[in-house]
Every structure is written in C-alpha cells, then in structure tokens.
Write a protein that binds this ligand. Sequence first.
Ligand SMILES: Cc1cc2nc3c(=O)[nH]c(=O)nc-3n(C[C@H](O)[C@H](O)[C@H](O)COP(=O)(O)OP(=O)(O)OC[C@H]3O[C@@H](n4cnc5c(N)ncnc54)[C@H](O)[C@@H]3O)c2cc1C
Length: 534
Amino acid sequence: METCDYVVVGGGPGGCVSASRLSEDPAVSVALIEAGPDRRGFLGDCTAVGTLLNVPRKTPSNWAFESTPQAGLNGRRAYQPYGRGLGGGSAINVLMYMRGHCSDYDEWAAMGNPGWSYAEVLPYFRKSENNQTHRNEYHGNEGPLWVEELRTDNPYHGIVKQACREAGLPFNPDFNGAEQEGYNCVQVMMKNGERFHIGKAFIHPHLGKRANLQLYTDTECTRILFEGKCAVGAEVIADGARRQIRARREVIVAGGGFLSPKLLMHSGVGAGQELQRFGIPVVHDLPGVGKNLMDHLDFILAYHIPGDPNLLGLSPVAGVQLAKAYRRWCKERRGMLATNYAEVTGFMRLTPKSTKPEIQYEFVVSILVDHGRKLVTKHGMSCHVLLLHPKSRGTVALASPDFRDQPLLDLNYLSHPDDLKTIVEGTKRTDAIFKTPTFRRLVKRNMFTAHCRTDEDWAEAIRNRAGTNYHPVGTCKMGNGPDAVVDARLKVHGMQGLRVVDGSIMPKIVGGNTMAPVIMIGEKGADMIKEDWH
Ligand SMILES: Cc1cc2nc3c(=O)[nH]c(=O)nc-3n(C[C@H](O)[C@H](O)[C@H](O)COP(=O)(O)OP(=O)(O)OC[C@H]3O[C@@H](n4cnc5c(N)ncnc54)[C@H](O)[C@@H]3O)c2cc1C
C-alpha cells in the first residue's frame, strides 16, 4: 500500500494544476492518478492531427461518451468527446484561451460563494498565464501556461474579419481584457505552434525532479476510500490489478463534469435512494451530486467554398498543400498544420439591452460535421454557434453499479424554451455574416440551412443537427443550497478530507470556452488547500 499526503484523481486541467501547485511544497507528497496515457510524440504535439484522430472516435485518449436520447434534439443521442489521459480535455481539444465574461464570476459570488468574484479570481488567471502578446493588468506573463497567437498565417483571418466588419460587428483586440464582445483571431494554449496541454505545462517539467510528485497514468480510480465520513485514499486499478493509495490529508476529485459525479456516486456519495437502488452502500446522502449539468449547445453552419486550398478539404490540390504544410510544420511549427481549426471567433450581444454576449461564433477552416465523424470532401468553412448562458439543466446518473459502465448523461438540451429562441436568433445573425459581400463572392453553397426561412425552420434545423461544444460542467455545484455539493472552499459538504477541483464545481456555466476557467479553479483550489493545512 502506498501512502502520500494528497491523492488527486484525474489528470485534466483541474487535477494537473492542483497536483503541480501542491507539490511545490517539498514537505508534502502528492499522487496524481489518471485513467489514460501520458501521450508524447507527433500525435501529442500536432494539434491538427491529434484532434482529428482523437475527437471523432473512442481512442485511448477519448472516452467518447453518448448522451441519453435528447427530446430537445428530436430524440437524438448527442456524441460527447471527453479527454482521457494526462492533460484530460486539453490533450485532444482545440486550445482556445477564453475566460468567459467577468460578470460570470460576480454571479458565482452572488450565489453564495465568497472569494469567487471577478476581482478575486483574476489574480489566479494571471498566475497561471504566460501570455506572449498582452502585457497589462488582465494578463500574466510568468506562469507555466503558454498562450500565443495562432501560427497558421491563413489568409482567411483577413477575409473573416472583413466579413464581420461588413456585418456591423465590433472588433475586439482581447477577449480576456476589458470587453468580451467582438471578433478576432483566437489566442491558443500552444507553445511555438505545438499543443501545450496542461500536463506538459504543469506536470512534465517536475517529473523526476520533484521527488514528492508521483504520476500514475493508465490507472483508474474505482472508488474513494472512507473511514466514516473522512476520505482516506483511493482504490485504483492498473493492468487489471487493484490496489489502494492512501491519503494522509485529502483526496481531491478532478474527473471533470461527467466523471467526478460518477466517481463520487460509485464511492457512496450522492442521492441515497439512487445509490441504494444499485446496492451501493451510502457513505453520505448528497442529492446534488450529478445534478445541475450544463453545456454549451452548438449548432454548425457550413458553406462550400470550392477549391480553396487554404481551407482544409479532400482534393488533389489539398494533397499537395498538406504535404507542403507538413514540411513547414516540421521545420517552423507554422502554417496549416499549426491549426486548432477554430481560428477566428467572436462574442455577440443579441439586443442593445443585453449586459453580456449571449452567443459565441467560431469560424472553422474546414467543413467539420458531426465532430469529424462524417467525412466531407469539399473545401469550405463552418461556423459554430454556441448558446453561452443556457437555462436548461441536465443530470449525470449511474447506469449500473459497475464502474466500467458509462454514466447516463442527460444534457436535457433545449428543455427551457428561452434556449431555443436565443440560439435561433444567434444562428440567424451568424448566418448573416456569410451573406456579406465578402462571403457572397466566395461561397458557392450554404450546405445545411439554405432552406431556412422562418424561425420554425431554423428551430427544426437546430433540433436536427445541434450538439455539444464540449463544455459539461456544474455537476458538483459550489454553493450552499440543497443542490450544492461543495462549499466555496471546494470541500464536499458533510465530508472531511474530500474536495472537488475541476469544471464540475461551476455553479453556473461561464460564457466562453471552459478550460482557462478550470485552470483558474485549479490554481485557487490549490491555494485554499495550502491555506487550510498551513
Ligand atoms: C473536443 C474538445 C474541444 C474543446 N475545446 C476547448 C477549447 O478550445 N478551449 C477551452 O477552453 N476548452 C475546450 N474544451 C473543454 C476543456 O477541454 C474542458 O473544459 C477541460 O478539459 C475540463 O477540465 P477538467 O479538469 O474539469 O476535466 P477533464 O479535462 O475532463 O479531465 C478529467 C480527467 O480525469 C480523468 N478521470 C476521470 N475519472 C477518473 C478516474 N476515476 N480515475 C482516473 N482518472 C479519471 C479523465 O480521464 C480525464 O483525463 C474542449 C473539450 C473537448 C473534448
């Protein structure tokens, strides 16, 4: 049996950041447990190829879940890619560096979470960040997390910006600065054109150097061990063998929005009645576990732009272009293979009265459909439309008492009528960008929504095609109410020695991509743990 001070379960952004920061103190020992591999080499480094191969299907780096049938999506199941391996989602995702709207955090604080207002979390965003462009009060320039401009040099950046200008949208020099609204190219969590996932940024530099940090990959935690209401370690399985890793101080759960509640429930922490149904002994009756699931629903518009080799597609001209791009990436880490796909983005307010953007639009330099699971050979551009502040709430529940089974993921998309109205309006406005003179000259065909005339046409197109933008959060909600799971210091209510430090603690989803906020949660979580044990 191994023993350390902190056992961190889950090697995604929440787990890597907290394990890294806790192990800064040589007097404490930290074990970081991750179910998937520590992937190195070309697939780990090249964002374009790694994402393309991992996201569409189940691989050692992608759990590849499915939701339950979604009434709001005309009964379809929504495919849910979910990172597996050191870095978690950051090892397969598209690395956009986005924090959401500053008022999102003020809302968290107002929901009964002291310490989480924007002014109080900003120092933690800055602490992790090493921004290569922005040097001001909003940004950090000394943290482990490299944030840089995309290195694709794609002429479409200028074209898309021109079209946005023609559509009357404002330009935004920095989405994470004074204002969120507007369009621009993305800043990415890449280093010199390579994927710089959170394991690379926060864990690799310390392996073999910090004797007090132990990384266990390809090792899955099957349950948390308790003595009474105190967490004392983790049961893990690796190569088919089970063993225990004991924690003298705390067990930190960081399995992400789908898997943190699953682990808690398998360990006996959750709605008592539901656990008993599966014969799981109840350690603590906590009905909020797995509730409050939120995600950014995403609808993809797509436009055929024939034969343009600057847009990824399958054609003879693309073959030549890709060969050149590969050589350039090997030599300079620039060009087409340095892409994160979603190269230009923007945030949109739908009415002058809106206090913050309701919609994000992400321009992708290829026609990506169904998470890359359907092959589209044509060259063209797609544009994701994200519903930033959904009112619908879903659940994560156990499917069986067997930890190997995927949990039941009911995102409950579009169950609140306001959500459909908002995304219909946002989609129409985004489609208008492709009707500007600049795009009219280029676009040959609107591939999926040319028939949409009325709001009902748009609503039906959305129900038939929308899916996830990969941001499941909220299932171990921070707060004080009956549905809360952790308090504002991320301690699980009613338990000792047990915290959750990942995206699942968000009481309300932030209005933007979720990874930088989770890194912030990791930074702040680690600081609070250090303070509490001081
Ligand atoms: C395809 C895709 C694209 C995305 N693009 C972006 C983007 O551009 N920008 C952005 O900001 N966000 C993006 N995201 C979202 C971002 O990746 C997540 O917000 C972030 O990774 C969440 O971090 P987390 O620590 O909460 O959980 P995760 O990243 O999900 O990490 C959880 C980790 O815990 C491990 N784990 C779970 N249970 C156990 C267990 N029992 N035992 C051992 N290990 C366990 C999992 O294998 C996983 O590695 C994207 C996500 C995906 C999937």
